[in-house]
Design a protein around this ligand. Structure first.
Ligand code: FAD
Length: 330
């Protein structure tokens, strides 16, 4: 039976929790997106004793209602505790939409939940909106060439939201906390044998979800000269991206590849250095809010989507840019 203490226009948001037990940095944008079309109700599935602090953090991000499910299976079993809690919570809250991050964990949870409940699944959305019939998910597809909206013809719509795509933030509130116990369903699940944090060798922001990205392409010419990309990234406090050609040429590891077969990013600022702007590259960065391109070929396709373009040699332009940014700082 539906719990009437939840709002009629509830949008159920599943909060990603990091391996060290904190609210993931993408949660405020999920809540912001949910608040733009309804009332966010946030589900937190946490280890015993960890729920209250996480619920308070969700309230700071704008969640008026937080459902807290504490389970000793958290950290011991992959995804299944969250899916079990989500199925039970969706029964209580009866949301029109379930919003999940398009992260690795989020995609797993969204797919399992949609399969279990036979719900419609809209993946990699870049926004939510309302039309006459209800909430729709907005997508940027075919390398950003088309904007598409999708909706469920019946039942709950499950949406995975691209990280960094939504700027909207909800106002902080003191949340109503609904603590629930959820029994494990016994659905097949992978056990976690151990968790080992990857050593982050860089102080730069992580590419996925970064607010600023400086990316380099084949135009940089060599791994040694790719250092120019790093210099501009450091001057701007940006993450480093690359085209596939730069990765294939060994200028930088694959983890930095942006595009169809790499990472999709939606930063506030994307600076493309010596990148032609092939459709497969654009697929991963076209939803950036401001795109700046520096390329010596004025006909390069990257200029078709750039907000600001400089036709010039990166080895002439970028050092001046770095010097100007450093001068501004001091
Ligand atoms: P190029 O296309 O060679 O462009 C280099 C640019 O640098 C040129 O525009 C040139 O004018 C400019 N330049 C050269 N020297 C200078 C200089 N000194 N100063 C300024 N400008 C200079 N690509 C991706 O990026 N990501 C993907 O995920 C991806 N997935 C793919 C998947 C498939 C199935 C396929 C078929 C391709 C994929 N590609 C992907 C490859 C894509 O098609 C392009 O080949 C690639 O993006 C080109 O990289 P680039 O722009 O660095 O190189």
């Amino acid at each position: 039976m539906a719990d009437t203490s939840f709002p009629d226009d509830a949008i159920l948001v599943v909060a990603d929790i990091t391996a060290d037990g904190a609210l993931a940095s993408n949660v405020p944008s999920l809540i912001g997106a949910a608040a733009s079309v309804g009332s966010p109700v946030v589900l937190i599935v946490a280890a015993p004793g960890a729920g209250a602090a996480l619920a308070a953090a969700a309230g700071e991000a704008g969640a008026a209602d937080v459902v807290v499910v504490e389970s000793d299976r958290v950290g011991a079993v992959l995804s299944a505790p969250v899916v079990d809690a989500l199925v039970a919570t969706a029964d209580l809250v009866t949301p029109s939409v379930v919003v999940v991050a398009n992260s690795i964990e989020g995609r797993d949870v969204a797919a399992r939940f949609a399969a279990r409940t036979r719900a419609a699944l809209a993946v990699d959305a870049v926004g939510l909106a309302r039309d006459d019939e209800g909430v729709v998910a907005q997508h940027s597809v075919y390398g950003g060439s088309f904007n598409v909206t999708s909706a469920a013809t019946f039942g709950t719509l499950v949406v995975t939201l691209r990280q960094g795509a939504v700027d909207a933030r909800a106002e902080s509130v003191t949340p109503r906390i609904h603590a629930r116990g959820v029994a494990a369903t016994g659905a097949p699940a992978a056990l976690i044998a151990g968790v080992e944090g990857a050593v982050v060798a860089s102080a730069r922001p992580e590419l996925r979800g970064a607010a600023k990205v400086v990316a380099g392409g084949r135009g940089l010419g060599s791994a040694e000269k790719f250092v120019l990309v790093e210099q501009l990234a450091d001057a701007l406090g940006a993450a480093i991206g690359a085209s596939r050609a730069a990765v294939d040429a060994g200028y930088i590891p694959y983890a930095h590849q942006v595009g169809q077969t790499g990472v999709s990013v939606s930063p506030q600022l994307y600076v493309a250095l010596g990148i032609s702007g092939a459709i497969q590259h654009r697929a991963g960065m076209q939803t950036a809010k401001t795109i700046v391109a520096i390329n010596k070929d004025g006909d390069a396709p990257i200029f078709e989507i750039a907000d600001f373009g400089i036709v010039g040699d990166v080895f002439t332009v970028v050092p001046q840019l770095v010097a100007a940014l450093e001068a501004k700082k001091s």
